[in-house]
Design a protein around this ligand. Structure first.
Ligand code: ADP
Length: 502
């Protein structure tokens, strides 16, 4: 992996880690705020329940004391009473709220403040924050929570609206409030320093955890990257060694091939020379054996006559074999230069040479001439190829039916496949390979004429042209010989269009 990509991945990971830390911190803050909101709401609810209890009684009476002076803002008929010589004064919900707030405030923790936009008691007038909340309650009655101040002065300020209920109207109907109106609100102020400190502590712990995870994972990534790089280097090195090896082996193979080619052609030259030079002494042996036969026929004993006959026959066969071998060698040694050759014309040549036998055997030929290509090769040899295959198709005919031979070609990628099919006696699959070898025959001389050289020559011709030959057959039904020839290269094709001759 290139360094740039790895750096990008590392950057992406850093971004993910930072985002995670940030969202954790935000979530934590949100949780603490939700807790503060719940706490404020509970305290507010408790206060409201107490006030409702008081309002349901239409206010309660408590002895007048220094902390419970008659409320000058309470304008009701029986605000002050005397009972058993004890001075009592009415404590309505608002006065009670104020008194509870004072107790709470004096303890220096949570503070309550009952307030309204139209306060009866001026001290109940809202501060700036409360005014903002009261104004907001006119359209949306959702309770408010906000953190104000910092450090030791930090506070959570909660405020919820006071809604006019039936029991409130006793005192507040005169202010033209109706049932369900927002009459004011109670703000609950809670110290937030300890909560903020907790948030800070948690944030710190979370940051430490993130940093540790970041360092460990980043370290692992770097480690993995370095190991991968080392691995890639080893692979590259191995690939290079293998490439060198392949190059070396290819070179060796090419050299071996060239050597093989050289020795092959030497061998062919040798075979040609030997078979050519053998002809002369063999001709001498054959003629003298024939002379012996003619001169001493019936003059010696019967065995001598038979022996002379065998010797003469053997010499003749050997002469034929040498001729065939020479023929086989000549495919390589005595060939015409390659040129563009129209295969339908070579077929016609072959059919012309076989004319007599085709007529005698009433053979029918079905050639798809349009499919036959123009190839690059030796015209004489390619015509011989057709001649051998068609000749065999006639020779190995089924006695029960007239030979029918079809010839066609098809293109497959860079090669033409030409097929010669007959309806003859067929060949057993186990002989498919063998029949292409020199002097290999499946029948005795008495059954079918021949020396087993025809298909070997076909194979040699096809291979010389860069193709291959094979057979498939169903014994008793017929045989198909297929051979391939390379498709004519572009340049040669143009040449052919101008000058292709039969
Ligand atoms: P030859 O025909 O002289 O024996 P070939 O090399 O031409 O030699 O053929 C080798 C053997 O392959 C033949 O002996 C024959 O058994 C078999 N063969 C060749 N062509 C056919 C064919 N078309 N149908 C059946 N058998 C065949």
């Amino acid at each position: 992996m290139p360094l740039v990509i790895f750096t990008l991945i590392l950057l992406a990971w850093t971004l993910v880690a930072c985002l995670s830390a940030y969202s954790n911190h935000a979530q934590m803050k949100q949780n603490f705020h939700a807790l503060a909101r719940e706490r404020g709401q509970s305290l507010f609810d408790l206060m409201e329940v107490t006030r409702e209890w008081n309002a349901r009684h239409g206010g309660i009476y408590a002895p007048v004391s220094s902390q419970n002076q008659p409320n000058p803002f309470l304008d009701v008929p029986k605000r002050d009473l005397k009972a058993d010589g004890l001075d009592l004064t009415m404590v309505n919900p608002a006065y009670m709220t104020r008194q509870i707030s004072e107790i709470a405030n004096s303890r220096g923790g949570i503070a309550f403040h009952i307030t309204s936009r139209k306060p009866i008691r001026p001290a109940n007038a809202p501060d700036e924050w409360e005014s903002m909340a009261l104004k907001a309650f006119e359209t949306d009655r959702t309770p408010f929570l906000e953190q104000t101040g910092t450090g030791a002065d930090a506070q959570f300020r909660f405020m919820a609206p006071l809604i006019v209920k039936e029991s409130c109207l006793n005192c507040h109907a005169a202010q033209a409030y109706k049932l369900g109106d927002v009459r004011g609100g109670i703000s609950v102020t809670m110290p937030a320093a300890s909560t903020l400190a907790a948030i800070e502590r948690e944030t710190m712990r979370m940051l430490v955890q993130h940093a540790a995870a970041y360092i460990v994972i980043s370290g692992l990534m770097v480690l993995l990257y370095l190991r991968a790089q080392a691995h890639i280097q080893t692979l590259d090195e191995t690939a290079r060694i293998q490439e060198d090896l392949v190059r070396k082996r290819t070179q060796e193979l090419l050299e071996a091939n060239a050597a093989l080619g050289r020795s092959n052609s030497e061998l062919e030259q040798f075979a040609y020379a030997v078979s050519h030079d053998l002809q002369e002494p063999l001709r001498m042996v054959a003629s003298y054996v024939q002379l012996l036969g003619r001169r001493y026929q019936s003059k010696l004993d019967e065995d001598a006559d038979a022996f002379i006959g065998y010797a003469s026959d053997g010499a003749k066969r050997m002469q034929q074999m040498i001729t065939d071998l020479l023929d086989f060698s000549r495919v390589q040694t005595k060939s015409d230069p390659f040129q563009p050759v129209a295969m339908d014309k070579t077929l016609d040549l072959a059919l012309g040479n076989l004319d007599l036998v085709l007529k005698e055997t009433q053979s029918s030929i079905e050639a798809d001439r349009a499919s036959l290509p123009v190839v690059y090769g030796d015209k004489g040899q390619l015509s011989r190829l057709f001649q051998n295959l068609i000749g065999n198709a006639v020779k190995y005919r089924d006695p029960s039916r007239a030979p029918h031979i079809s010839i066609k070609a098809a293109r497959q990628e860079g090669f033409w496949t030409i097929t010669v099919e007959d309806n003859g006696i067929g060949i057993e699959p186990q002989h498919f390979e063998r029949i292409f070898r020199v002097f290999q025959r499946l029948h005795g001389r008495g059954t079918y004429e021949g020396n087993g050289i025809g298909l070997a020559i076909c194979k040699k011709i096809v291979e010389r042209h860069g193709g291959r030959i094979w057979v498939d057959s169903k014994p008793g039904q017929g045989t198909r010989f297929h051979f391939t020839l390379p498709v004519l290269p572009e340049g040669k094709a143009r040449e052919t269009n101008k000058s292709a001759k039969p």
